[in-house]
Ligand binder design. Structure first.
Ligand code: SF4
Ligand code: SF4
Length: 185
């Protein structure tokens, strides 16, 4: 199978530097609002900071892939002498919790590395993280051409709706929307 070069973008987190300021949540939700920067709402952010203020421990977690089923993971981590459940530190968007779901629609959110046109030099959360707890990195990797494609946000959203309501209902709703739009134009 043909191989192709791909730029892998990632954000490393230096937990020791995170102050829990939440600037990353604010700017992520503003950057992804429509129109851009029209509102801020951490519930719409694709990065959330788990806060343990008494111990001064903060974990920035970026939204990962949406999965249809909850996992069986029940591992616990001891950090700074305190137990944290696996769910607290997981970035997967799953049915078990409301984290990384759009608050009005329930649609899954995912970190898209602030892909935009023109491209940003660095993702917004990295730019706004003054203590430099978020470190942006790029590396080049060879990938199989077929493996390269990931579902985009629209496809993930539609898949979520189909899982929730069934394909027929979604088609019916889209038809109604189309008819309403034609009527309104
Ligand atoms: S902006 Fe940086 S320091 Fe502030 S909460 Fe986010 S990751 Fe932590
Ligand atoms: S990279 Fe962009 S989309 Fe991802 S968490 Fe940071 S600000 Fe949000």
């Amino acid at each position: 199978m043909a191989k192709k070069k791909k730029i892998i973008k990632t954000i490393k987190v230096d937990l020791d530097k995170c102050t829990g300021c939440l600037a990353c949540e604010v700017i992520c939700s503003a950057f992804h609002s429509t129109p851009k920067y029209s509102s801020t709402n951490p519930d719409r952010s694709r990065i959330r900071v788990l806060r343990d203020e008494l111990r001064g421990i903060y974990f920035p977690i970026r939204a990962g892939a949406y999965v249809k089923a909850e996992c069986a993971g029940r591992a616990a981590y001891i950090i700074g002498g305190r137990d944290y459940g696996e769910c607290n530190l997981c970035n997967t968007v799953c049915p078990s919790r409301d984290l990384f779901k759009e608050p009005d629609s329930g649609l899954p959110l995912r970190c898209d590395m602030c892909e935009s046109e023109p491209p940003l030099e660095k993702p917004m959360c990295v730019q706004w993280c003054e203590p430099e707890a978020l470190i942006y990195e790029e590396r080049e990797e060879e990938v199989e051409e077929e493996e390269e494609r990931e579902m985009d946000e629209l496809e993930v959203g539609i898949e979520f709706l189909v899982d929730k309501y069934g394909l027929d209902k979604v088609k019916e709703a889209l038809t109604k929307v189309e008819i309403a739009r034609r009527g309104g134009s």
